[in-house]
Design a protein around this ligand. Structure first.
Ligand code: TZP
Ligand code: MG
Length: 220
């Protein structure tokens, strides 16, 4: 396996503030609008997460987001689906413990496409060392109502233990907002991923700007 990481050229800074989309929280607003506003506010990466969309619509939405993000030099990550990522020319794929095996995804994807993996236990983190991965997501760090089947929360001590067990870039997810972002970075995360803090916000641009500021403060 190649070791072209960190993030295959994007750099771990691209993980500073990841927007993970959730159409259900958009309240009827077009997702593209929320993503554009969030990018304007300073998100460094966008993960398209579609649990209910059919394949064709998923690809179409990925393609639309890619066209929006590429000129702004913001990487697009596709959740769960390697085929969708390939079809829409995404920059990365995010896989969970029950998705396609990381080795298989690596075999299918071009070398430029990075792979992230959700870790829910320290065993997952140890196994990650032998896999062709570009970053890890600690899922979830705090309790969240956005993902109903989330594993038990890592907590800040758990996050610190993950940091100690891997050299891979680490993005924290679950219950994160501007008020706890700095704390999470202080416990070893390279960045944060948020759903509701942006998708549920009345003003997604302002929300992203506040988060980007909190993350920048925490990274100093
Ligand atoms: N994976 C782990 S927690 C989570 C996902 C997709 C949802 C996080 O949502 P929120 O609203 O940022 O807590
Ligand atoms: Mg998944």
């Amino acid at each position: 396996t190649e070791h072209a990481t960190p993030m295959r050229g994007w750099g771990a800074e691209a993980l500073r503030l990841m927007l993970v989309t959730d159409d259900a929280l958009a309240g009827g607003r077009p997702l593209e609008e929320i993503v554009a506003a969030a990018v304007q506010g300073g998100v460094s990466c966008v993960q398209l997460r579609e649990k209910h969309l059919g394949t064709r619509a998923f690809v179409a939405r990925g393609r639309a987001l890619k066209a929006l993000l590429a000129p702004r030099r913001v990487p697009l990550v596709i959740n769960d689906r390697v085929d969708v990522a390939l079809a829409c020319g995404a920059d990365g794929v995010h896989l969970g413990q029950s998705d396609m095996a990381v080795e298989d995804a690596r075999r299918l994807l071009p070398p430029a496409v990075f792979i992230g993996w959700s870790v829910e236990t320290l065993d997952d983190v140890r196994r990650a060392a032998a896999l062709p991965l570009d970053y890890l997501g600690t899922s979830p760090v705090f309790a969240t109502t956005t993902k109903l089947d989330a594993a038990p929360a890592w907590g800040l001590d758990g996050l610190r233990a993950v940091r100690a067990a891997t050299a891979l870039p680490l993005v924290a997810i679950g219950g994160l907002h501007a008020g706890n972002a700095a704390q999470v970075l202080a416990h070893g995360a390279d960045g944060i991923a948020v759903v509701s803090a942006i998708c549920s916000a009345a003003d997604p641009e302002a929300a992203a700007r506040e988060l980007a500021l909190a993350v920048a403060e925490g990274a100093r």
